[in-house]
Write a protein that binds this ligand. Structure first.
Ligand SMILES: NC(=O)c1ccc[n+]([C@@H]2O[C@H](COP(=O)([O-])OP(=O)(O)OC[C@H]3O[C@@H](n4cnc5c(N)ncnc54)[C@H](O)[C@@H]3O)[C@@H](O)[C@H]2O)c1
Length: 470
């Protein structure tokens, strides 16, 4: 790009200068970024506007490194060297000779723009200035400073030492060399950089919006409480954490700033409208893990919930089960049912006799019904609610995400027309094939479908595509 300052000698690829790296903001993210930068061999200067915050962050890093040594995950020598590379500083000016400064101040455009103006004025023209913003366009953060080609987005994830991914975001004026150097810095920190576009939430946070927001709406609508929603996400979706555990980890206040900024930047897109839950928690001082209360209450060791139950073993079963649909899920349910001892029959194969369960695993099953079913009926609630799929008949609803075998949990739901017999037969079948069964309120996609879809309550087609999606 014309006029771009020389960050590296021409032709040297992405060699990084042997100068310190600066981190601005010593909160949750700044602390983590400083830790991985020092761990990657860089000398780090850490600045925070709050008195003593940078020192406290370095002390916390020291505690974490000590714990890693005690647990045999690091050596004393490596921990001491990492700690020696961390320098708390008391003035922004002390970052003047850094080759790169990473900003991790609050998610507020005005704060970030002020900081960037100050940093641009005091650092040399070669210094890369990166923002760890979660949602604000990098182009907006860079506006109003000289040499905006040196401004990039460098989005880390929480907790930084555990999360390998870093999004590298090009603003409209970011220069190629600044971006290349940023990717290299990320690699030095032991992270995996990916390029992401400069839109609201970039890539990962845009995908995680429904996960967090739909979960709050489900709780508001009493489809399930936060314990159950998190358990469904872990056992049914394979997530390490459910949406409420994640919100507590991020910080309820930080998450709410991100949610509001995301909503405004997307021109008030209705599906991204924040709910009223976070401001109430914030008013009550329940900011998540950092205040030991958020959605959960944390004890001194950080414990907040019971262990998840271990995987269930399939039981032996007998009888006929009819499974309708040509989806991946239907195929996998057939295999599991056969493995358990059920005889799996189809509509067309002329078998007679009562079915232990008739499972309608078609996606587009809203109101289609099953002609004269020879047993109790359970319908897949993927894009539909049970109310839509059953049209008032005595059906139960279910939802689980393939691949079955990895999924350990199925959600079931019942409506006013669902008999005890149908509910019991449905639960019995899923128990028999080795699933944990939970009951939730009726909503399109049930909990997991709602939280993992784009917010339109329809899971991505790729999730369901089988031999032929019906
Ligand atoms: N928390 C997360 O999970 C997460 C994940 C990815 C990105 N982010 C983003 O990282 C940034 C920081 O988030 P956080 O969770 O670390 O917040 P935090 O509240 O834990 O820390 C922010 C720190 O910035 C300091 N600060 C405030 N104004 C400052 C200024 N003018 N100069 C220097 N320091 C200042 C505060 O004293 C505080 O220590 C935000 O932009 C946030 O959106 C957060």
């Amino acid at each position: 790009m014309n006029g771009e300052p020389a960050l590296m000698p021409p032709g040297s690829g992405v060699e990084l200068p042997d100068a310190p790296i600066g981190v601005v903001g010593a909160g949750t993210m700044g602390q983590g970024i400083a830790q991985v930068a020092a761990g990657g061999g860089m000398h780090v200067r850490l600045f925070d506007v709050a008195d003593g915050a940078a020192e406290r962050a370095v002390n916390r890093i020291g505690d974490l490194l000590k714990r890693a040594v005690d647990r045999g995950r690091s050596t004393q020598q490596s921990a001491s060297e990492t700690l020696r590379r961390l320098e708390p500083v008391h003035d922004l000016e002390e970052l003047a000779d850094c080759f790169m400064v990473i900003e991790a101040a609050p998610e507020d455009l005005a704060i970030k723009q002020d900081l960037f103006r100050d940093l641009a004025a005091l650092c040399g023209p070669d210094t890369i200035i990166a923002t760890n913003t979660s949602s604000i366009p990098v182009t907006a953060v860079a506006s109003g400073i000289d040499n905006p080609e040196r401004v990039v987005g460098m989005h880390f994830f929480n907790p930084v030492p555990l999360m390998k991914l870093v999004e590298v975001i090009a603003g409209m004026n970011s220069g190629a060399r600044a971006l290349a150097a940023t990717r290299e810095v990320a690699r030095r920190m032991g992270r995996e950089p990916i390029d992401a576009a400069d839109g609201p939430g970039f890539l990962v946070n845009r995908c995680s919006r429904p996960f967090l927001l739909e979960a709050q709406r489900l709780m508001q609508e009493r489809v399930a409480d936060h314990h159950l929603i998190d358990r469904i996400a872990r056992l049914g979706g394979g997530f390490r954490m459910g949406p409420f555990e994640l919100s507590d980890l991020v910080g309820i206040d930080v998450g709410y700033d991100i949610a509001r900024s995301f909503y405004e930047l997307s021109h008030n897109e209705p599906r991204w409208q924040p709910t009223g839950i976070p401001p109430r928690l914030i008013a009550a001082g329940r900011l998540g893990r950092k205040s030991r209360r958020g959605y959960y209450t944390y004890d001194a060791e950080g414990r907040y919930r019971d262990e998840d139950p271990s995987a269930r073993l399939p039981e032996s079963a007998s009888g006929q089960v009819e499974i309708i649909g040509q989806t991946t899920l239907a195929d996998q349910l057939r295999r599991l049912a056969e493995g358990t001892g059920y005889t799996v029959v189809g509509r067309e194969d002329g078998t007679s006799g009562p079915r232990a369960l008739v499972i309608d695993a078609r996606i587009a099953n809203a109101g289609t019904g099953i002609h004269n079913p020879a047993g109790p009926v359970a319908v897949l609630c993927a894009g539909n609610s049970l109310a839509e799929a059953s049209a008032g008949k005595d059906y139960a609803g279910f939802h689980c995400l393939p691949p079955m075998g990895e999924t350990r949990l199925v959600e079931l739901t019942r409506g006013t027309a669902t008999s005890e017999f149908t509910a019991g037969a449905t639960a019995h079948f899923f128990h028999a094939i080795g699933m944990h069964v939970v009951w939730v309120g009726d909503t399109p996609g049930l909990v997991l479908g709602a939280c993992t879809s784009s917010g339109s309550a329809t899971p991505p087609a790729s999730c369901w595509a089988g031999s032929s999606a019906s």
